[in-house]
Design a protein around this ligand. Sequence first.
Ligand code: KG4
Ligand code: ZN
Length: 356
Amino acid sequence: MGGPVVLGIESSCDETGVGIVRDGKLLAHVVASSMDEHARFGGVVPEIAARAHLHAFNPVVRRALDEAGLRLSGIDAVAVTTGPGLSGALQVGLAGAKTLAYAAGVPLYGVHHLAGHVAADTLEHGPLPEPCVVLIVSGGHTSLLLVRDLVREPILHLGDTRDDAAGECFDKVARILGLPYPGGPAIDRAARDGDPKAVVFPRPLTRPGDDPYAFSFSGLKTAAARWVEQHRLRGAEPSVADGAAALQEAVADVLTRKALAACRAYDVKTLVVVGGVAANSRVRALAERRCASAGIGLRVPPMTLCTDNGAMIAAVGDLLVRAGAEPAPLDVTIDPSAPLEYACLTPLPAASTRAA
Ligand code: KG4
Ligand code: ZN
């Protein structure tokens, strides 16, 4: 038999993801992406993303149920990303989630997108050790966290980015280098043929006296832009492969250096690296090498669970259900800029927010 079956829905950006989880085990994992529709604009167009979610929602839910061999009546709870993310995109996912929960007569849980990224790793590697240091690196966020019980305790931010996120830096520099969108995977591919030492890009906020856990990537983006510009002023084209390799090296160096410093300072034995940028081959390799030499265990989810998906939201929902968390009211709203404090995001219903 087993515990409750939780269906998770993710729609905060350009991926419509539906996952089904029971007792920490993945039963289904289906993602439809509108990435190709945004490529010619060089970034996600919110209105296109929202419409794509609307088209993808039913087929993706159906495929996930098929994959798990279940019908809607076999679902015991629905979890959905209610923030942060693109407003219209979140609205579509939440409306769909409410409909499913109402139709099935089961509780609904609002989940913080980034807590989903953290929980993604549990689907592959089991429960998180407590405490652990988590490095979240995505297109919109870069944070170093101290995580205890993910669904029962507040999440402690050791440091965050002061400007651009790591993924944003990859995406923007890729554009400058003339690489396609999304930039992160394109830089990763281009870097394979490059020399990471060909250019020495800065390592922001790594000097003595700097905040050891804060990040800043906008200066790195500017340095890369200036490097390209200097070549072009001389009438030369820079080596895209070298630029990509050097940028990737700088980002991976800063991320892993700070993450390991946090593990040492807090005497934590496990580092978890999650989010889209955790798919980067150099970030993974350097984290592995540095963790191994520091005697720290490293956990990184498999590639398909690093980028946005519904399974990670189902994973948080599963933990919430099993922790006896309070479900969201059916008039729960989205929170596009929700700060990461708790994994469960159940903002007050619109009416009571107004009355308060
Ligand atoms: O977590 P995610 O799928 O969506 C957000 O919540 O933002 O992360 C997307 C980000 C994008 O910036 C993308 O360029 C980056 O992750 N990314 C990568 C790689 N794969 C995805 N960055 C570097 N190397 C990769 N292989
Ligand atoms: Zn994400």
